[in-house]
Design a protein around this ligand. Structure first.
Ligand SMILES: [Zn+2]
Length: 103
């Protein structure tokens, strides 16, 4: 990746995630955006076999579990960077309000 965001992030060592309490937002955001790209490709690869009913029974369940793991990975990267987390805050409030109205 050649973006200025990634260049800002590059001084962070490989094991940056292990540094507790030392959040590096440029590195975290660049890492999340990069991983989201890879996860998106995995999602797109898995989707046709599920939507086109190619799989059944245990194979379908396994494919859904694998797709869920990809979505969990993506969700983690929506939550890690402060920037993305803040962008989704209004959605969280909306979802919570919707959930309260169902009860
Ligand atoms: Zn990741």
């Amino acid at each position: 990746m050649s973006s200025s965001l990634w260049q800002n992030a590059s001084p962070c060592p490989e094991n940056c995630g292990a540094q507790r309490g030392a959040h590096n937002e440029p590195w975290t955001l660049a890492h999340s955006l990069s991983d989201l790209a890879g996860a998106s490709q995995a999602y797109l690869r898995a989707l046709p076999s599920i939507l086109d009913s190619i799989l059944e029974g245990d194979e379908l369940v396994q494919a859904l579990l694998e797709l869920t793991a990809v979505l969990e990975h993506m969700h983690d990267h929506f939550e890690d960077p402060i920037f993305l987390r803040a962008m989704f805050d209004p959605l969280r409030d909306e979802w919570a309000a919707r959930e309260r109205s169902r009860k």
